[in-house]
Design a protein around this ligand. Structure first.
Ligand SMILES: [Zn+2]
Length: 84
């Protein structure tokens, strides 16, 4: 791991029709943003209802897209995943 600078993923906040707020995160892999190509569309699934939504990201970033549910005002955290 010789990368000097950590790249911080870009986050785009969205809200689904179901009310679930989530962030679409992606890494902008473009070396020369000024020479970038056309944006591409990706399909992301709402973490709340699973509905597929179309999102536009810079070309090359579509491979790094992740969806993170925005932290809601729930007080009790739900532990997800992990061993059973
Ligand atoms: Zn939804």
């Amino acid at each position: 791991m010789g990368l000097a600078a950590e790249r911080e993923p870009k986050r785009s906040p969205h809200r689904c029709d179901c009310g679930q707020a989530f962030d679409v995160c992606y890494l902008d892999d473009r070396r020369d943003p000024s020479r970038d190509g056309d944006p591409v569309t990706v399909d992301v699934s709402c973490p709340g209802c699973g509905r597929s939504r179309t999102f536009t990201v810079p070309i090359g970033a579509e491979r790094t897209v992740t969806v993170e549910a925005s932290e809601s005002e729930h007080e009790d955290l739900v532990d997800e995943g992990g061993g059973g």
